[in-house]
Design a protein around this ligand. Structure first.
Ligand code: AMP
Length: 175
């Protein structure tokens, strides 16, 4: 079975979670299959045209594969978390949600100037969260080398929101 088919068959779709009308893509069954996880990490790295200086993982599911990719590439892994979770001095970026707003943060010393940074999350929906992470990269004086996701919800056109930051956007499966 090819990688795409195997991921498709493993990810579960949960209707009306966490609220009515959302079809939630549950990636947790992937973690029961170590060989599949290894192939996913290798493929996400292979799809990235430049070797980044660091990888960002977005809270919380972006931490899982983001850290594996960073370790495999032998580059630092940097956490982007929801406001108030990181213990040291932070840079913060506020962005709009469907209802209300949210803020994400990064440690102010986590990225070095001019580093090329790959931003990873489990899923690309509207692109608002990943675009906010890109703003944090720029506020740190670093550059966005690209974006890497496991799942893209194509109908939400999240890629459009990210293109101004980088055209290098890869996703292993689309729905
Ligand atoms: P967005 O900012 O709209 O691109 O939303 C992306 C973030 O929300 C990611 O961190 C995802 O984990 C989460 N997310 C959004 N929609 C879904 C969904 N249908 N299934 C699972 N996670 C989702």
């Amino acid at each position: 079975m090819n990688l795409r088919e195997e991921i498709n068959q493993t990810i579960r779709s949960i209707p009306d979670f966490p609220k009515p009308g959302i079809l939630f893509k549950d990636i947790t069954p992937l973690f029961e299959n170590q060989k599949l996880c290894t192939r996913m990490v290798e493929e996400m790295i292979a799809q990235t045209p430049v070797k980044p200086d660091a990888i960002i993982g977005i809270e919380s599911r972006g931490f899982l594969f983001g850290f594996l990719m960073a370790n495999k590439l032998d580059v630092p892994f940097v956490l982007v978390r929801k406001a108030g979770k990181l213990p040291y001095k932070t840079l913060s970026f506020k962005y709009d949600l469907e209802y209300g707003s949210s803020a994400i943060e990064i440690h102010e010393d986590a990225l070095k100037k001019n580093w090329k940074v790959l931003i990873h999350d489990d899923l690309l929906a509207t692109g608002g969260t990943a675009a906010a992470a890109a703003e944090l990269v720029k506020m740190s004086g670093a550059q966005v080398a690209g974006f890497s996701f496991i799942v893209e919800l194509e109908f939400l056109k999240g890629k459009e929101k990210l293109k101004s930051h980088s055209n290098n956007i890869t996703c292993l499966v689309q729905y």
